[in-house]
Ligand binder design. Structure first.
Ligand SMILES: [Cu+2]
Length: 358
């Protein structure tokens, strides 16, 4: 039966627990209240049915005590909903000062998230309406566990709503006005994002995932590296992403293609491997080795290859080198670009694609 969704979605944020407690409190009080009313109804129906001993009802001219009791007690009970609700609401509306800030833009029918370092991801959307670059950078909203994040949102077109059931939080995303919400994720794992406001034809595709990962994994991901990758190519705005642009611009791709029979080694999975050298010995492929391979390719030549790689000394800045290293480090099997891949424009850049009418 694991195909059925759980009756109660997992709870994965601090507000989620507050929300659950309040929800069940209201649920239990209302259920008991309702049952009480129906039980009394049933009892009176039977006890005071026509023709019973009581005959006629006694004349009762009111009781202040009774009136006060059934006014004050329910008022206290129902105001407890309000009081508790107000406390949870205030918590939910006020992100802590140290929260990390992430911007989210809603657009028919996808989400675009931007991190403090400029890194961007696209979440969800209708692939038919996207540019190639957008399609390849479809990813997840990656968040660190146990750290508060504030999400500031705006819409490019109509009203959307950024809803995360596992966090028990949703917030309307409006055109022309910023709205904010915040989460304190308490569990690692993947959780749904839904657009909770009907927003047009592909509203149903405006869905995605939040991946909550450990702090270290998160930091690596923010650098465009690491075991966790939300999308097929390095995340837009990361060092690895700039490295990829350079890799294409400097034409490294002409030799280092995905073809193992090409003139140069495939660089996927190179980082951290031991590379046998021409003339004996081996080198550990770390950042130093990669930098040296780019600046002084003749110094250490990998076994089985000809020393045909040109030196890039003077053509690349130290920053460029770091980006290239980050990119090579992020290269996973099957992710070397095609030789014909052009540099992809940044996510969200204005595009001149022809809007095909379908
Ligand atoms: Cu929407």
């Amino acid at each position: 039966m694991n195909s059925l969704p759980p009756l109660i979605p997992v709870v994965a944020s601090t507000i989620g627990y507050h929300f659950e407690a309040l929800f069940w409190y209201i649920m239990v009080v209302c259920t008991l209240g309702g049952l009480g009313v129906y039980a009394a109804l049933l009892y009176f129906c039977v006890a005071y049915r026509r023709g019973t001993t009581t005959g006629s009802t006694p004349r009762i001219l009111g009781s202040h005590r009774l009136e006060l009791a059934w006014t004050i007690i329910p008022t206290i009970i129902f105001f407890s909903f309000f009081g508790w609700g107000a406390v949870v609401y205030t918590k939910a509306m006020h992100p802590p000062q140290d929260a990390m800030e992430i911007f989210v833009i809603g657009k028919q029918w996808m989400w675009k998230a931007q991190y403090p370092n400029g890194q961007r991801v696209i979440i969800g959307g209708n692939p038919r309406n996207m540019t190639e670059a957008e399609r390849k950078s479809i990813g997840k909203l990656v968040l660190p566990v146990d750290r508060p994040v504030r999400i500031t949102m705006i819409s490019e077109d109509v009203i959307h709503d950024f809803g995360v059931p596992a966090f028990r939080m949703k917030m309307d995303v409006l055109p022309g006005r910023y709205t904010t919400t915040w989460y304190h994720p308490t569990k690692t794992g993947e959780f749904h994002i839904f657009c909770d406001q009907y927003c047009g034809t592909w509203h149903s595709l405006m869905v995605g995932k939040i991946a909550v990962v450990g702090q270290q994994e998160f930091d690596e991901w923010l650098g465009g590296l690491g075991s966790y990758q939300g999308s097929e190519q390095p995340v837009d705005g990361s060092k690895a992403f700039s490295g990829r642009q350079l890799f294409l611009k400097l034409q490294c791709i002409k030799c280092h293609s995905a073809d193992p029979n090409a003139a140069a080694p495939v660089l996927e999975g190179l980082y951290g491997r031991r590379v046998p050298m021409k003339g004996g010995g081996a080198e550990y492929a770390d950042a130093e080795y990669i930098k040296q391979s780019i600046l002084k390719p003749r110094l250490k030549v990998a076994q089985g290859w000809e020393p045909i790689m040109p030196s890039y000394e003077g053509q690349v800045t130290p920053d460029d080198l770091d980006d290239l290293v980050a990119y090579i480090r992020s290269l996973k099997p099957g992710t070397t670009p095609n030789r014909t891949d052009r540099m992809s424009p940044p996510v969200g850049a204005p595009t001149v694609r022809s809007e095909k009418k379908e």
